[in-house]
Design a protein around this ligand. Structure first.
Ligand SMILES: C[S@@+](CC[C@H](N)C(=O)[O-])C[C@H]1O[C@@H](n2cnc3c(N)ncnc32)[C@H](O)[C@@H]1O
Length: 170
């Protein structure tokens, strides 16, 4: 659910071998083209777009059917919060199944008064974050009201926080 986020570049520039999964082929192709990254596309159950001289691979398909790994790190921004409450437990469980037991995790959520407006992005109760991935610890939070979707502000939302969670390392 990586879309075409520049976060993929940021993660790779810090020495990670980055693997993203994204349903939209348009977003996947746009990521490589907009960033002038050469790639090859390999057909399979998931079409695999692999950068030729960078450590970035994007798999195109339904994340819930993705079974590569295990991975030693997990970055989530805009995926967990995009999912409706009924789907989130499946997403969390599926994600955990793709990770090593001590994988690094960096998860970004948002918190706001869900009674004022509905997601996405959905407000994630801290207890849900730690139930989903028990090693997560609340690391930092900032006032992100300025980046709230216009529909939230129009509904009268006054405060939204962005919250950064990191997994405890053994
Ligand atoms: C809110 S966007 C977030 C994109 C990115 N993580 C970011 O922070 O900019 C959610 C993305 O999830 C993708 N998506 C939705 N359902 C998916 C699924 N089942 N499997 C893979 N990607 C999915 C959408 O196409 C969209 O690009």
């Amino acid at each position: 659910m990586c879309g075409k986020t520049p976060d993929l570049l940021w993660l790779e520039e810090r020495g990670n071998e980055v693997v993203g999964v994204e349903l939209s082929e348009i977003a996947v192709a746009a990521f490589f083209e907009e960033n002038d990254i050469e790639y090859e596309a390999i057909d399979g159950e998931f079409r695999h777009y692999r950068a030729t001289d960078r450590s970035i691979s994007l798999y195109c398909g339904d994340y819930f059917k993705f079974r590569e790994g295990p991975f030693d790190a997990h970055y989530d921004r805009g995926a967990f919060v995009a999912m409706s409450p009924d789907l989130r437990p499946y997403y969390a469980k599926h994600t955990a199944s793709l990770l090593t037991k001590d994988a690094a995790q960096l998860v970004i959520t948002v918190e706001y008064d869900q009674s004022v407006c509905d997601g996405p992005p959905y407000s994630i109760d801290p207890a849900e974050a730690t139930t989903s991935w028990p090693r997560l610890r609340r690391h930092a939070w900032v006032d992100d009201t300025g980046n709230a979707p216009p529909k939230f502000l129009e509904a009268g939302l006054e405060k939204m926080h962005e919250v950064v969670w990191l997994a405890d390392q053994d």
